[in-house]
Design a protein around this ligand. Sequence first.
Ligand code: ZN
Ligand code: ZN
Length: 263
Amino acid sequence: MIDSHCHLADETFTDDLDAAIARARDAGVEGALCILSAGDEAEAARARTVRASWDAIRFAAGVHPHNAGAFAGRAADSADVTAAHADAFAACAIGEIGLDYHYDFAPRDVQREVFAAQIALARERELPIVIHTREATDDTFAILAEHPGVRGVFHCFTGDTAMARRALEIGFHLSFAGIVTFPKAGDLRDAARIVPADRILVETDSPYLAPVPHRGKRNEPAFVARVLASLAEARGVGERDLDVAVTDNFVRLFGPTRVEATA
Ligand SMILES: [Zn+2]
Ligand SMILES: [Zn+2]
């Protein structure tokens, strides 16, 4: 199993990082993509510990839409900060990046400019992107349409069947998180059923969004097993088959092996 999106360098893992990694390994998690907030040096220090503690961990770096406000009027700088962070961790993807109109922590026009600048960086480096989008579907697709050829994944997909189709049409992967295990997520499970086996991923988004039966507690990569089981059930396929598919998809999207940073 692979957790395609976690925040293992979050401070909530500081006290039991080794135990959390051991639990993930015991649960059969063979790798994970650790998402880093570009320019966050405190998190980067913890990420170096994560890197030393788990040889299967890989990294993505990006300016999250929540943090886009710092780059008002200078979106190009967000790409520079992301590039430096991506270099330091030999990132295999740019992300998470995108638009969040639910929280609106940054002005929407600034979010759009920062998102676009980082997609341009990803294209330049031929890296896939990890998209965070909330209540901003049309603007997200409009910006992606301006950058043909970019590949990637809609992380923690929570859209309906129509949105899933839009994402699939432009060649993107969809990654499902613990929300798919929630009793009221029937629409999301419907969307999960239409995703081809070669475009689906699973993730925890830990420490957030713990799946049933851990809901309300801190999430961690080991719990990706619950997401996989729930998704397999929704799709009417065996867990083992789905596991093989998502692992293949992860490797195809993010590359086969971890590359060590030289910087
Ligand atoms: Zn996100
Ligand atoms: Zn995340």
